[in-house]
Design a protein around this ligand. Structure first.
Ligand code: HEC
Ligand code: HEC
Length: 234
């Protein structure tokens, strides 16, 4: 199976495949130093879905799907050290001898983020209480952004994307080709979300019916929307 087939099989959209195949890591310039705080943030945003908040494999995905591979990071510790953790995060399960359901993050996360999340996984194993407290505090910081994001979503996006983001708003009856995206199935990176919301679909080679919001929403609101959209993903 080629890397592209792999991405398609993982039901990622073509835009992400293009993204993933570009060679550069995501831009690092804003946050050059790895930190446990950044690791907690990356983990909370990207890894909780499958590995659970405590890393015990209690994510929504394995709980929902039958026969999902075990995602407990604590018990077997198959990635034995920091290097192996980085390896599997960068290349994904398919290329690291683990289950292919572990996605590759090498093109989506910056080096700093990869280093940080590897440190954080180690912290979870060595000091689970401290790691849990860091995730809690990250979540508490996010709350105001989530509220702002939901508010912006409910006033500007519901009409097309629907109350729960499933692409079934009232305008979906008229907009068919393509319909408003099912945002719970979206897998594009945050950077891409920010761009398409700011610039609209047409500027990104997508449907012109996805309006540009850059003139109407502040950067703060757009960032908040992105934070919110990340939480409604399946
Ligand atoms: C879509 C689900 C999913 C997401 C999201 C995900 N993983 Fe995984 N991950 C898996 C699965 C499934 C395995 C099990 C692979 C196996 O056992 O063969 C795994 C395995 C691993 C392993 C090796 C297992 C071990 O015991 O050491 C590490 C480390 C890991 N993931 C870290 C992460 C990190 C860090 C993130 C976030 C950046 C992440 N994963 C996001 C599904 C996921
Ligand atoms: C008038 C209808 C309409 C409104 C209002 C609208 N969208 Fe869209 N949106 C679309 C359509 C249609 C697409 C599909 C574009 C395509 O696939 O080419 C889309 C696609 C998207 C995507 C791409 C998802 C992906 O994974 O590729 C995002 C993100 C998005 N919209 C976010 C928003 C946000 C946030 C708002 C509110 C600020 C919003 N949209 C308001 C119609 C709309």
């Amino acid at each position: 199976m080629s890397f592209i087939q792999y991405l398609v099989r993982r039901a990622l959209c073509p835009a992400l495949a293009a993204f993933a195949l570009s060679t550069a890591h995501a831009d690092d310039s804003d946050n050059p130093t790895p930190s446990l705080e950044m690791g907690a943030e990356v983990y909370a945003k990207r890894c909780v879905l499958c590995h659970g908040q405590s890393g015990m494999g209690e994510g929504i995905l394995p709980m929902k799907l039958k026969n999902y591979p075990n995602t407990n990071l604590m018990i077997e510790q198959k990635a034995k050290d920091r290097n192996q953790i980085k390896q599997v995060v960068i290349y994904g399960g398919y290329f690291s001898g683990f289950n292919e359901a572990m996605p590759p993050y090498g093109q989506e996360l910056s080096w700093t983020e990869v280093e940080s999340v590897a440190d954080f996984v180690e912290l979870m194993r060595e000091n689970p209480e401290q790691a849990a407290a860091m995730i809690q505090s990250y979540r508490a910081e996010q709350l105001p952004a989530l509220q702002l994001g939901k508010e912006a979503y409910d006033t500007r996006c519901v009409l097309c994307h629907g109350k729960y983001g499933e692409g079934d708003g009232r305008m979906a009856k008229i907009l068919k080709d393509p319909p408003p995206f099912d945002l719970t199935a979206s897998r594009v990176p945050e950077m891409y979300l920010r761009e398409i919301i700011r610039l609209g679909g047409e500027a990104m080679g997508r449907s012109k019916h996805m309006p540009p919001w850059g003139d109407q929403l502040s950067d703060k609101e757009i960032n908040a929307l992105v934070t919110y959209l990340m939480t409604i993903r399946d």
